[in-house]
Design a protein around this ligand. Sequence first.
Ligand code: MTE
Ligand code: MO
Length: 321
Amino acid sequence: MLFKFLKSSHVKSGEITPENIYLGRREFIQDTARIGAGVAAVATLGLTPSPAQAEVRALDNIIRDGAFGTDEKQTSYRAVTEYNNFYEFGTDKSDPARNAHSLRPRPWTVKIDGHVDNPGDYDIDDLIKPHMLQERVYRMRCVEAWSMVIPWVGIPLAQIIKKLGPTSQAKYVRFETLVDQKQMPGQSRRVIKWPYAEGLRMDEAMNPLTLMAVGLYGKELPNQNGAPMRLVVPWKYGFKGIKSIVRISFVDRMPSNSWKRLAPHEYGFYANVNPEVDHPRWTQANERRIGEFRRRKTLMFNGYSEEVAHMYSGMNLKKYF
Ligand SMILES: Nc1nc2c(c(=O)[nH]1)N[C@H]1C(S)=C(S)[C@@H](COP(=O)(O)O)O[C@H]1N2
Ligand SMILES: [Mo]
């Protein structure tokens, strides 16, 4: 049943649906609407602007030092905010933008627990101060073989972790998403076991590339992208980037993560982007950048080898995929 669901939904959206044609069509329709001829067509397709998109606030004083940045062409704001994976709001790529308006990102409390000196319930605005915010333009790559380039705004996760003070027993960090059917209507279906959960090894969590994001394109995160805070780990498949985090636990054993729990033969804990390890049902050797038609070669660690390869030296990455 579960497997069948994965086959028909998870893969179809990424692999079989030509998402750039899908987005191209929407852009075409939008252009048509702008010149005044396509209003009826828009209505017919039920193409309404995403409510969350209009309301996000601009963020001030973002540090733009270009650290780890890429100057590749950035994926359009529309694609970044209307082509999403966020099963708490539905399993189609267009569901989150349509449904995530029911999420209330403030006030927002994050529980910190486990092997840590400063556990407790923290208000997000005490955990992440506006003057710390940095912009990082990262390549992102989904396990479904599509990719984007996104200008994230956030702070290195290491900064948060240092303040919390993990003890020597903390070997891994576990993250959990909100559970609340009223705010997240997709949770009425048990497509995965809620809460969505993810984990990182401590050194991965402390790597300077790892970001706790609160915004993109210089604005607050739209709900569909994981407001008010979500993880961004650019050398790993997108599913590591857990959204709308309400709990961070410092643990001594490798935590389970949602996609691995769902299909352990298909998704691992490490989830490093690796063109040499195919998904059982499709190749990972190449990818399609959203907005482009050609396929590109997928790079080891999504092109971030220099920053991260040392963490995996001596590990068999076919076994620890
Ligand atoms: N809570 C939660 N986080 C999640 C997901 C999800 O379904 N629920 N999907 C993951 C997957 S598979 C991907 S590819 C990214 C997509 O992030 P984006 O929509 O901001 O591009 O979010 C990840 N984080
Ligand atoms: Mo994904």
